[in-house]
Design a binder for this molecule. Structure first.
Ligand code: TXA
Ligand code: MG
Length: 362
């Protein structure tokens, strides 16, 4: 594990660490590294054997394609067709940053395992000096999913990566905790706009200001338990969206108040937690700092994601808050629900997945 504190390109130790990490990637190894969203598990995107090692290390289904990380627009143009003016406008507005574009792939530019055989490739320029320095040091496009075991919450610091992947990867570049905390927004261009395949760090509102029409993939509009026919109808277009993700070991449900009053939801939550505790469960609540005192007496684990006053802090702290339930051995957990606009859309998407789609309206 190479530690890089405040990124300083003139620091010889930093240079040495990045040179070594870059050599490892070029040699077909796996290196975890920080991005502005979450930590990624990187390999040379052109190297089939290296990319297959990513899937093995994560226990990831091989039909779920990976995002290719490049240092700039030229890097993107080398792996995908970027000549569409609408695509240029998106790259100009949001790169470097948490926007992933699904574009027609240039044949042979990346290993077929990266795209899981699709004719498209997902590509982004991360907004993190360590990620960009690693891409440059490796001298190749880097295929990188989030650096967690498949199904676990994505890692937002190096300790999370170690927890999940220690002994299975070549190294970790530790650049401290990530800033955004949820993964990038994945979009595909459509006539006159974009379709969001996965909500993330760039909000729908921000996209609308640049792209015009913003559609949500139908698979996103219908989260949660569905009958088989509906499931068929809403078959996800982004392969990653069909798997259970982020789930803690115990049972988790989201509670939303019908009238939007968090105190009403809290009352229900306290009652349910106390009943669960009486059954012998170890109880947990996922909440915000402002509401934490409401639950102190009823929950064994009060896991605070962030503050109500700053929705981006909830995104930043969400995955660590979910991991905490497992660290403390909670078996029965409830989560408050968050307003579903802005970054809240990504937060509620991840939380809903973590809860296996269980959202209680009380
Ligand atoms: O913020 C992020 O995006 C992080 C950091 C490391 O960059 N990466 C990340 O990768 O979240 P991963 O593999 O966990 O998620 C990639 C998502 C999946 O939902 C996958 O199905 C989708 O992107 N995806 C990749 N290639 C695609 C394609 N050609 N068409 C549609 N969806 C694609
Ligand atoms: Mg992931």
């Amino acid at each position: 594990c190479w530690q890089i504190g405040d990124y300083d390109p003139r620091d010889p130790l930093t240079q040495e660490a990045l040179a070594e990490a870059g050599r490892l990637v070029r040699g077909g190894g796996l290196v975890a590294f920080p991005t502005e969203t979450v930590y990624g598990l990187g390999a040379d995107a052109r190297n089939s054997a290296a990319v297959r090692r990513i899937f093995e290390a994560k226990g990831r289904p091989s039909d779920n394609p990976l995002i290719v990380h490049v240092a700039n627009r030229e890097g993107a143009a080398a792996v995908a067709r970027t000549d569409d003016p609408a695509v240029s406008a998106l790259m100009e507005a949001f790169w470097p940053g948490p926007l992933t574009l699904v574009l027609p792939a240039r044949e042979g530019a990346v290993a077929p395992e990266v795209t899981a055989g699709l004719p498209t490739v997902a590509v982004r320029v991360p907004d993190h000096p360590v990620a960009l320095a690693l891409i440059r040091s490796a001298g190749c496009p880097i295929a990188a999913p989030s650096a967690n075991r498949s199904g676990r919450p994505s890692p937002t610091n190096a300790a999370h990566v170690r927890e999940d992947l220690d002994g299975r990867i070549g190294g970790i570049v530790d650049g401290g905790p990530t800033g955004v905390g949820v993964e990038s927004t994945v979009v595909e261009p459509i006539p006159g706009g974009v379709r969001i395949l996965r909500p993330g760090g760039v909000t729908a509102e921000q996209l609308a200001a640049v792209a015009g029409r913003v559609e949500l993939d139908p698979a996103l509009q219908k989260e949660g338990p569905e009958d088989a026919a509906a499931a068929e109808r809403f078959a996800p277009r982004s392969p990653g969206m069909k798997y259970t993700h982020y789930a803690p070991q115990g049972r988790l449900a989201i509670v939303e108040a019908k009238d939007g009053d968090p105190r009403q939801a809290a009352e229900y939550i306290r009652r349910e937690l106390e009943a669960a505790r009486a059954r012998g469960e170890k109880t947990g609540i996922l909440t915000v700092a402002e509401h934490a005192p409401w639950y102190e007496a009823s929950a064994d684990v009060v896991s605070v994601a962030g503050t109500l006053a700053d929705p981006s802090s909830v995104a930043r702290g969400l995955f660590a808050a979910l991991r905490r339930f497992d660290e403390e051995g909670a078996t029965f957990m409830l989560a408050e629900s968050f307003p579903e606009h802005g970054i809240g859309q990504a937060v509620m998407n991840r939380l809903t997945k973590a809860a296996g789609g269980t959202r209680l309206r009380v």
